[in-house]
Design a protein. Structure first.
Length: 309
């Protein structure tokens, strides 16, 4: 199966979109290993972009009250609870000075309950601030009939709400399920990577507000180098599960402008394991349609000429 790059060409999306004064490609690197789930990014995004409230629905999913990226949640902090066997305490038989075998928090025990290793349960929270991936090869751009979606000079993808007609074609086209329609007006909305702030040389609101620097903003090439170093550091510290997601420019979407360091499989975080640009077959389809049209036209001409002779 050919990758997206072989079908769509250059890896630098801004010049490919016609920008003669394209800026260095900017993006996000989200290091989930230091995310504390504070949701400062969600609040900052809403405040700066005037995004409507998402409500305070009790979803029964830990502290996650938004559930997913939506038209009214351009940043979504996911809380994934994973039960783990409890590590023995330091003074218990079989304990090791090395400490816990995983990153996490011990489960609280009600008063009077046993606290031994056999009756104590531990778990860890995997927290991740999800966002639009600003794909190198963005299917939403391919299917938008009005030009509402466009590629910026920074390589990001933005929706112009004053041009969007609410057709919704971009929603099934996104391999990540990011774009959503707002119920009261039907138009599509998503993260703009704070395009207005980028033009003024400012950091996007979510990254500016992140207290642990879990969300890092900058030139994409620099972020990829920084992310590779971070993964190597975590491996050295005994966290072999650390991996990067969306950083590979040879993957099915040509690499993402917003990529992540994960501590488990992508599916655990609700991410597709092998995303592919949904419009990858369009060039071949148009080519075949053109050839079919030419063949039909030639057949019609031949039939006309043969019938008149």
């Amino acid at each position: 199966m050919p990758d997206a790059n072989s079908l769509y060409g250059p890896l630098d999306p801004a010049p490919d979109a016609g920008w003669t004064d394209a800026q260095p490609r900017m993006g996000f690197f989200t290091d989930t290993s230091v995310c504390i789930g504070c949701k400062a990014c969600e609040v900052a995004c809403k405040e700066w972009n005037d995004v409507p409230g998402s409500g305070l629905d009790l979803l029964g999913m830990s502290y996650d009250n938004t559930g997913a990226l939506t038209a009214n949640s351009w940043r979504h902090v996911a809380f994934v609870e994973q039960p783990r066997p409890a590590a023995p305490a330091a003074d218990e038989p079989g304990s090791s000075a090395a400490g816990p075998q995983f990153l996490g928090m011990p489960g609280a025990q009600p008063p009077g309950r046993g606290t031994g290793a056999q009756t104590r349960s531990d778990f860890r929270w995997l927290m991740m601030s999800d966002v639009c991936k600003h794909c190198t090869h963005a299917a939403c751009l391919d299917v938008c009939p009005t030009g509402s979606l466009f590629r910026t000079e920074f390589g990001t993808v933005v929706v112009q709400e004053d041009i969007c007609n609410g057709c919704g074609y971009c929603i099934p086209a996104c391999p990540y399920g990011v774009i959503d329609q707002r119920k009261d007006d039907g138009r599509a909305w998503k993260c703009t990577l704070c395009y207005d702030r980028l033009g003024a040389g400012l950091t996007p609101a979510c990254a500016q507000a992140c207290p642990t620097e879990s969300i890092q903003y900058g030139p994409l090439d620099e972020l990829r180098e920084r992310a590779a170093q971070r993964v190597a550091t975590l491996h050295e510290r005994g966290v072999p599960q650390a991996r990067l997601y969306g950083h590979d420019p040879t993957d099915g979407v040509g690499g993402d402008g917003a990529f992540f360091l994960l501590l488990d499989e992508p599916e655990v975080y609700g991410l597709p394991p092998d995303p592919v640009v949904t419009t990858r077959d369009l060039p071949r389809m148009w080519k075949r349609a053109g050839l079919a049209a030419l063949a039909m036209a030639a057949a019609a001409v031949a039939a006309f000429v043969g019938g008149s002779s």
